[in-house]
Design a binder for this molecule. Structure first.
Ligand code: HEC
Length: 233
């Protein structure tokens, strides 16, 4: 009993002629949970191109689910309003996408689904954390977020009033530039492999940018033109 014969993952065997303990999938079979009959639902693509539409109907419940999942998985980088100035970015992560640019406002829904599923540049994919149905709910919510930044008084119910992001930032005590596109603060460091110099990002922003006020130390030294800082051992 103690030494039962069994296969360990990725280890070879002489039991099968091909020497592999991991068996290939039997032809013409589908493993449980892997039946992806609705291609668009699982890829966001139609004939290899990003489609523009939801694979299921959207109602308030879907939007609320999307908001909740968005706030869990996306806000650390993209922020609650989707301007790309999330907390991780403020701490030096690559600037995340701002959803309120003309390009992303006109991007097809499938693009957002595709980005969440496969990642995009510096953004990791969220395929294993977020189910396809939830990814679509997030996509629907991002559309609502985009609308929210362009809403006019005519778009909202009577009794509600439209407030600009900068007004909200002001009474929430956020930096005045919060609503603007975020630029890396001069104090941000990029890439810190062991034993190497920290290299500050190149001069894409001379001044400290929107949202960076909190990250700028009050010593004033941050404004110095020094581009290289040797890490303390
Ligand atoms: C760890 C930080 C991080 C998280 C979390 C994150 N993103 Fe991103 N995202 C990024 C970065 C960084 C970029 C910009 C990538 C680039 O341009 O290289 C980006 C870009 C994007 C873009 C723009 C793609 C384009 O066409 O320019 C979309 C859309 C997007 N993210 C959606 C999401 C959604 C939805 C979530 C939540 C499921 C999410 N992201 C979570 C970091 C993140």
């Amino acid at each position: 009993m103690h030494d039962q014969p069994k296969f360990f993952p990725q280890r070879g065997t002489d039991f099968y002629a091909d020497g592999r303990s991991v068996r290939p999938q039997v032809e013409n079979t589908v493993a449980r949970t892997q039946l992806h009959e609705d291609d668009y639902f699982h890829t966001g693509l139609i004939n290899g191109k990003e489609g523009d539409g939801m694979p299921y109907a959207v109602n308030l419940q879907v939007l609320q689910r999307g908001q909740e999942r968005y706030n869990v998985y996306c806000t650390p980088c993209h922020s609650r309003v989707g301007n790309g100035a999330g907390m991780i970015v403020q701490r030096g992560y690559a600037p995340a996408g701002n959803f309120h640019t003309t390009r992303l406002e006109s991007a097809p829904l499938g693009h957002f689904f595709h980005v969440i599923t496969n990642g995009y540049g510096a953004m990791p994919d969220y395929a294993s954390q977020v189910t396809p149905a939830d990814r679509w709910a997030i996509v629907a919510y991002i559309k609502a977020l985009q609308l929210s930044q362009k809403a006019t008084q005519a778009d909202v119910a009577a009794g509600s009033h439209v407030e600009s992001l900068s007004e909200i930032a002001e009474h929430e005590g956020l930096p005045a530039g919060f609503a603007k596109e975020w630029v890396l603060p001069p104090t941000a460091v990029q890439g810190t492999p062991d034993g190497q110099t920290f290299v500050l990002p190149s001069t894409q922003n001379g001044t400290s940018g929107a949202g960076s006020a909190a990250a700028t130390p009050s010593t004033g030294s941050a404004a110095s033109p020094a581009r290289q800082i040797t890490p303390k051992q």
